[in-house]
Design a protein around this ligand. Structure first.
Ligand SMILES: Nc1nc2c(c(=O)[nH]1)N[C@H]1C(S)=C(S)[C@@H](COP(=O)(O)O)O[C@H]1N2
Ligand SMILES: [Mo]
Length: 238
């Protein structure tokens, strides 16, 4: 072992050492992706089927994790409940402007869903509580031309989903996770949860929702992520 190897704390990333470690990590990621490509690991048609013929719980290319990683643009806005608002505009009959009391006065729902992140971690059994999409849509009343939703967030992030995907019975605008108020790092006070799409479609610190007739790709969608993001079809990129 050379002196250089013994010098640094194992994860003290500085100078050339940082270059080497980051290089190794990057190469590993690329190697993994290349291996997956060689294996033909991809579309749901090739995913293993359970004996009953139901689709497996873990989508292709995902691995299960017990913890709850935090991923965002590096800004985690702190929003006091007294200042919090949720507004809706565009092709709806009722352009709401809710404060926290208005949100809490809505009928609430509890549901438990799995998370699938495009970075390949999945987390089972997340217990959410909040206002379900069906209830929310019954209040804002989308006009017949409305076909797409855009979520706008306090950190400048945006993401788009088809109204059809949002209108699903497992979609919820959540204010709590596993019995606790949704933490700031995971997007509290509220975030829409859309379990059938990769987790980048579940916008943290959501403040405004627009209903449009045309699609409008969001932050990651214009940066190479798939426009739809269905984990079962492995719609990760492009
Ligand atoms: N406002 C906002 N929402 C966001 C993001 C973001 O940067 N800002 N990142 C998205 C991405 S890429 C992922 S993977 C998930 C991560 O959510 P988590 O930090 O709760 O795991 O949030 C999504 N929602
Ligand atoms: Mo992500």
């Amino acid at each position: 072992m050379s002196d250089e190897d013994q010098d640094d704390a194992p994860f003290g990333l500085s100078g050339d050492r940082a270059g080497t470690i980051l290089g190794d990590v990057k190469r590993k990621l690329i190697d993994t992706k290349e291996q997956w490509a060689r294996d033909g690991r991809g579309m749901s048609a090739k995913a293993p089927q359970s004996a009953s013929g139901d689709k497996p719980r873990l989508p292709p290319g995902q691995r299960l994790t017990q913890d709850f990683p935090v991923l965002d643009l590096g800004i985690q806005p702190a929003i006091a409940l007294r200042d919090w608002r949720l507004t809706v505009s565009g092709l709806v009959e009722n352009s709401i402007d809710w404060g926290w009391e208005d949100f809490r006065a809505q009928p609430h729902t509890k549901l438990t869903t799995d998370i699938h992140c495009v970075t390949t971690w999945s987390r089972y059994g997340n217990a959410w509580e909040g206002v379900c999409a069906e209830q929310f849509l019954s209040v804002v009343k989308p006009k017949p031309e409305a076909a797409h939703l855009i979520f706008h967030c306090h950190d400048g992030y945006t993401t788009n989903v088809p109204l059809k995907a949002f209108a699903d019975d497992d979609v919820i605008i959540a204010h709590s996770w596993n019995g606790e108020p949704l933490s700031r790092e995971h997007g509290g006070p509220i975030r829409p949860i859309i379990p059938k799409l990769y987790f980048w479609k579940s916008a943290k610190w959501c403040k405004h929702i627009t209903f449009l007739d045309k699609d409008a790709p969001g932050f990651w969608e214009v940066r190479g992520y798939h426009n739809n993001g269905d984990p079962w079809k492995e719609e990760r990129y492009g």
